[in-house]
Write a protein that binds this ligand. Structure first.
Ligand code: APR
Length: 313
């Protein structure tokens, strides 16, 4: 059986573990600095597997030895947002956590594929790439698949149809400057511009960009976790089963989309080697302008982190 490690047994990590176990992707190791939390949740999830005739085992631990030889390591460790916070506000604290987690995880799973969920994702995945020394194909951030799901749901709700009939793509940063591709959004081959008035589309795009905050404001104690937990496992599934599914992920660009040397959300094909291919779609002028601003924000935040870390060091 495959081995999948999930680091951080909080809300996102636990839901990712449930999704991986339910899909029977492999045995799951759930690691948290709070070992009892990880062990308790692991027991609960494994016992739920017995109810659906599944032999998958989820092990809880605080010891990286138990994660040895994982095929995929998913990082959700970190602090999540509270009302009034942006993902960028988590920068320095989550960078410290990420650094220690990546070093320990790759010591025991040197051949794994790393998937980063900790926010702000585009900068945390860059940090994981720098620290690990892994090839760019093996370090991936989860973002666009979640944002694309939110976009689908809002369009479907507006048109009173099923989400599965809507095709979406969300590029760039995972934050308020993300780029939901409105000119590429379609329902059964029909562009949404033919189905909805311009102002409704713009309102939906704005809601997608702030969909995480909408949930943070309702929960009051943390950020969303059901959809992020499931989204990251869709990525792990395409990798472990070598499905070659195309989904938007934060990956290292070297010239694609006119970007050199940054982790940006773009559509990629995920298979056994991680990022098998980067798909370059032609953006409209409006999408292209928004994408440039989004990439600029990623660069500024990464630079901000580097400056803060240099001052600290
Ligand atoms: N090593 C291992 N686990 C850690 C470490 C560490 N150094 N630091 C923190 N953790 C664990 C915490 O003990 C906690 O159980 O990470 C877990 C985080 O869980 P939650 O607070 O529930 O946060 P969650 O909602 O899961 O979000 C985690 O994912 O979506 C992003 O923005 C979100 O960055 C946040 C991350």
């Amino acid at each position: 059986m495959e081995k999948i490690t999930i680091i951080g047994a909080g809300n996102v990590g636990a839901h990712a573990a449930v999704s991986a176990a339910t899909l029977e992707l492999g045995n799951v190791v759930l690691l948290d600095k709070n070992g009892d939390l990880a062990k308790g949740k692991a027991l609960d999830i494994t016992q739920s597997m017995a109810l659906i005739q599944s032999d998958v085992i989820v092990t809880g631990t605080d010891d990286y030895k138990d994660t040895a030889d994982s095929s995929v390591v998913i990082i959700t460790a970190g602090v999540s947002r509270k009302p009034g916070m942006s993902r960028d506000d988590l920068l320095l604290i989550n960078a410290g956590i990420l650094e220690s987690v990546v070093r320990q995880a790759i010591e025991y799973s040197p051949n794994c594929i790393l998937i980063v969920v900790t926010n702000p994702i585009n900068t945390m995945v860059q940090l994981a790439y720098d620290i690990s020394g892994f090839s760019k194909e093996r370090v991936i951030g989860m973002a666009g698949i979640l944002d694309g799901g939110r976009f689908k749901y809002f369009i479907a709700q507006e048109l009173n149809i099923g989400s599965s009939e809507v095709v979406t793509m969300v590029l760039g940063d995972h934050g308020a400057l993300m780029v939901p591709l409105e000119d590429h959004c379609q329902v059964n081959g029909q562009p949404i511009a033919e189905l909805l008035p311009r102002e409704r589309i713009e309102a939906i795009v704005k809601r997608v960009q702030h969909a995480g905050s909408e949930i943070v404001n309702l929960l009051k104690t943390g950020s969303s976790y059901f959809a992020p937990g499931l989204a990251v496992i869709q990525m792990a599934k395409s990798i472990l089963r070598d499905d070659h599914k195309t989904m938007p992920c934060a990956v290292y660009l070297e010239g694609e989309y006119g970007v050199d040397g940054a982790f940006v959300g773009v559509p990629v094909v995920l298979g056994r080697n991680g990022v098998e291919k980067i798909i370059e779609i032609h953006l409209s002028d409006k999408e292209s302008a928004a994408f440039k601003i989004s990439v600029e924000h990623i660069r500024e935040r990464t630079e901000d982190l580097n400056n803060k870390r240099n001052i600290k060091a």
